[in-house]
Ligand binder design. Structure first.
Ligand code: GRF
Length: 200
């Protein structure tokens, strides 16, 4: 079961997947890291984990579709079964969404549909919610809008800052994302319209 991970930043979610695989707790093969920022720390993590990397600079291409066509070829050449967006900070177009609908997931640091988009953790603190969390969902081309696979709640403490909350949010992500990948690997997830059915 061959997966590709897309990331743009530190890659702690990527690392969480690598760690689970290396501990023998997640039976997948991480075949590729796709990164739109060649200098991002996640690229170092991939080299350390001996995961092949495809990095690119969006500004070197005349359009999103142009670089996505190249990425799609990389994914197809490697016969990727599942694409995992883990902190990939670019909008993706139908060039990638279409061929992978139902086989492309994203992790987002809020309980969607609350607080989609960037700075979700700060949005939750600013709004004053008492409970936020993390969501793994299928990618459907909208912004953090696809059918939800898994969620985990994280309480917001009194006088909490976005920094202290972020640590607990990321810890939750590092549990929920590998779990969701495991369910997909085991064929226990199916979509019925917006509803995602998980067989135990
Ligand atoms: C995570 O919070 C993820 O949910 C969001 O971007 C962050 C990426 O963190 N989309 P990392 O690069 O995996 O550490």
């Amino acid at each position: 079961y061959r997966i590709a991970v897309f990331a743009s930043g530190s890659g702690s979610n990527f690392q969480a997947i690598v760690d689970q695989v290396q501990k023998g707790k997640l039976d997948v093969s991480i075949e590729l890291l796709v990164c739109d920022r060649p200098g991002a720390y996640v690229v170092e993590r991939a080299k350390e984990a001996k995961v092949p990397v495809f990095t690119f600079r969006p500004k070197d291409y005349e359009s999103r579709e142009a670089y996505e066509a190249l990425i799609l070829k990389e994914l197809q050449d490697r016969q990727i079964d599942l694409v995992v967006m883990a902190g990939y900070m670019r909008i993706i177009t139908n060039v990638l969404v279409e061929p992978f609908y139902g086989r492309m997931i994203n992790i987002h640091p809020s309980l969607l549909p609350s607080f989609p988009g960037v700075n979700a953790i700060q949005q939750a603190v600013d709004y004053g919610v008492k409970v936020t969390g993390v969501t793994v969902h299928f990618v459907d081309g909208g912004l953090d809008s696809g059918p939800i696979i898994a969620q985990r709640a994280v309480e917001i403490h009194e006088h909490e800052t976005a920094e202290s909350l972020a640590e607990r949010i990321h810890a939750a992500e590092h549990m929920v994302l590998p779990q969701a990948i495991r369910l997909l690997r085991e064929g226990k997830v199916s979509i019925d319209g917006r509803r995602v059915l998980i067989r135990s």
